[in-house]
Write a protein that binds this ligand. Structure first.
Ligand SMILES: NC(=O)c1ccc[n+]([C@@H]2O[C@H](COP(=O)([O-])OP(=O)(O)OC[C@H]3O[C@@H](n4cnc5c(N)ncnc54)[C@H](OP(=O)(O)O)[C@@H]3O)[C@@H](O)[C@H]2O)c1
Length: 320
């Protein structure tokens, strides 16, 4: 496989985690990093070994040789940052949630298509081995028809007025930050729901917790609680007519999943420790797509990204 020239936009928390995985991938060339502050870009470049650093996103997009850019800015900036990259001929891996509303997601993906560029939402959960094993178990009929999914994502997070999570202007709130994982799981396994019940606790202009129920015509339902106010175990249960699957705590990034029969007998336990920090699978998926000349990942198709954004729009409509 050839080496792919990577760039990163934004030097916050997840950019550090992602760059750690990138640094270990022998097919990744660390080409350039951009920050709104030249000193931050320089220090990030030094820490991870990027060849060049840029004190503005625009300068990076226009001048860097990077062919694939990881966008790690707050939700509210993804649209502008991604347009900047696409207009400058760069493929994009953009953090979740892709945008604040589905309308901008559709515009972005249409632009990528028009430009003939690769675009992937950084929904790393779907690239992870345990998630893929769960899909295999389901596809081979091991749990029968899915009747119920329980998937929560809620942690104690102290209020900080500067944190993007609590800032409306940054696309804050727990639905876009955490709820996107349970909603992606639900949509991936059951599609679009027929009925929705949504209850959000709004504070500081954002949802700091929410409780979601999705109902499907065939009787299946989904329960998901998300937020910054309480600690939940954050595992996931996918229960079907013939058996069930439990994904370990922090289901979206767990290294462990177990398949059970209906009477609770363990059929298979799948354990896959991360070689680096769990983001390596997403990097590998991007490389595999670029190598094959694909414009979207079969693991994270554009249609799924759009559908989940539409679902999250529908949820928020209910809290108005
Ligand atoms: N996949 C995952 O596991 C995961 C985990 C956490 C977060 N995320 C996603 O990654 C994105 C970034 O999250 P994060 O936790 O890394 O956030 P963060 O620590 O706040 O970093 C965001 C970075 O974006 C840049 N930025 C641009 N405009 C900004 C603005 N108006 N306010 C603040 N920062 C701005 C800043 O970089 P410069 O100062 O260098 O320009 C900042 O360091 C979000 O979309 C989030 O949902 C994904």
């Amino acid at each position: 496989m050839k080496k792919f020239k990577w760039g990163i936009i934004g030097t916050g928390k997840i950019a550090h985690t992602f760059a750690t995985a990138l640094k270990h991938d022998e097919n990744a060339q660390l080409c350039g990093v951009a920050s709104r502050t030249a000193e931050k870009a320089e220090s990030f470049a030094k820490e991870f070994g990027f060849e060049k650093s840029y004190g503005s996103y625009k300068e990076f997009a226009e001048q860097s040789d990077a062919e694939i850019v990881y966008i790690a800015t707050p939700m509210s900036s993804h649209f502008d940052d991604a347009v900047l990259c696409l207009e400058n001929g760069k493929n994009v891996l953009c953090e979740k949630s892709l945008t604040v509303h589905a309308k901008e997601t559709k515009e972005l993906l249409a632009l990528a298509e028009k430009k003939g560029l690769f675009f992937m939402e950084a929904m790393w959960m779907k690239c992870r081995p345990v998630y893929r094993k769960m899909k295999e178990w389901i596809a081979s009929g091991q749990i029968g028809e899915i009747e119920y999914i329980k998937a929560d994502f809620s942690n104690y997070i102290s209020y900080d007025p500067n944190d993007r999570l609590f800032r409306e202007d940054c696309g804050g709130g727990c639905l876009l930050d955490l709820g996107v994982y349970p909603m992606t799981l639900a949509h991936d396994l059951l599609g679009m729901p027929d009925e929705i019940v949504y209850d959000a606790h709004m504070r500081y202009g954002v949802d700091i917790s929410n409780s979601i129920r999705l109902r499907y015509k065939n009787g299946a339902f989904v329960s998901a609680d998300n937020g910054f106010e309480v600690q939940l175990s954050n595992n996931a249960v996918i229960s079907g007519s013939k058996g069930y699957i439990i994904l370990g705590n922090w289901f979206h990034c767990t290294c462990e999943g177990t398949l059970y029969s209906k009477d609770g007998k363990e059929i298979e336990r799948f354990v896959h420790p991360d070689a680096i920090n769990g983001y390596e699978y997403e990097v590998e998926e991007v490389h595999s797509c670029l190598e094959k000349g694909l414009k979207e990942s079969p693991l994270i198709p554009h249609s799924d990204t759009i559908a989940v954004m539409e679902l999250m729009d529908r949820l928020r409509e209910l809290s108005r």
